[in-house]
Design a protein around this ligand. Sequence first.
Ligand code: GDP
Length: 156
Amino acid sequence: MTGNYTLMMVKPDAVRNGNAEAIFQEIKKHGFEIVAQKKLQLSRAEAEAFYVVHKERPFYGELVDFMISGPIFAAVLKKENAVPEWRTLMGKTDPAEADEGTIRKMFATSKGENAVHGSDSNDNALNEIFFFFSSREIVAQSGIVQLNDIIGRQPE
Ligand code: GDP
């Protein structure tokens, strides 16, 4: 993993409000390449597993209920320093604290329903990419060279 990839989600609030397309436009406008993407509905077990690090937090139940309240988009983004670059564009967790021009400032409604997700480290990015996408899906959407780059494998 080179540090050039991250996993993002468009959360159910933003899909419901019809903002998914505008969010992907912003992402591309800021120089990210979309390596793979899909629309899906998380099951309760999947949402619980994805957010297991927050299991002891008071908002865990609310977060899981929200994340299964409708379809989401998951996407693999590519850019140099993708994790911090995407977190900067995404903005602070609470839209009331997010900077002008960030996705959450533009599209989030509350600290819980905040439009987008982004991995918080390169290790988590790798785990989260393969939580949502199989190697086959990445090859189908972007090719073997791209898959090798994500996992840091030298070409044969
Ligand atoms: P992030 O990295 O900015 O997404 O923030 P965190 O890792 O701290 O939290 C993960 C997600 O949990 C956030 O994006 C929110 O959707 C949700 N969350 C965080 N804090 C709260 C809260 O106080 N209440 C509710 N309902 N959800 C929260």
